[in-house]
Design a protein around this ligand. Structure first.
Ligand code: SF4
Length: 123
């Protein structure tokens, strides 16, 4: 299942750059792929719960308001998530892109809501 963003989201933008699938985007009304959210939304067709990239969902790890629960809206087995990660990664590689298209390291995330500058870019 993909994660989703609930109404605890304050739009701090910490989760967006750490997603290896760039599955988190600004809310676009009428987009049926979107799960739920106030400021940001997760495209469940792209979210792998970080399978194939990390041992835990990176957006959940960096969210300062616990606004990203593991969703039950789009149930998928670990095997399905692994297969999705493989398919997405293969597609990116076929385009000359890296498998992991996160543009910031979660380990460098600035967890301060007050500062709100988000994770530092990958060097
Ligand atoms: Fe992206 Fe991982 Fe969060 Fe899914 S769980 S939205 S793949 S960071």
């Amino acid at each position: 299942m993909s994660v989703h963003i609930d109404d605890m989201c304050i739009g701090c933008n910490l989760c967006v750059p750490v997603c290896p699938n760039r599955a988190i985007a600004e809310l676009l009304h009428g987009d049926t792929r979107i799960t739920h959210g106030v400021n940001w939304v997760v495209d469940h067709e792209l979210c792998t719960e970080c399978h194939g990239f990390y041992n835990e969902p990176q957006c959940i790890k960096v969210c300062p308001t616990d606004a990203i629960p593991l969703g039950e809206l789009h149930p998928e087995t670990p095997q399905q998530l692994d297969a999705k990660a493989q398919r997405l990664g293969d597609f990116r590689v076929s385009l000359g892109l890296p498998r992991n298209i996160a543009y910031a390291e979660p380990a460098n995330a600035d967890m301060s809501v007050e500062k709100g500058f988000g994770p530092k870019p990958v060097q």
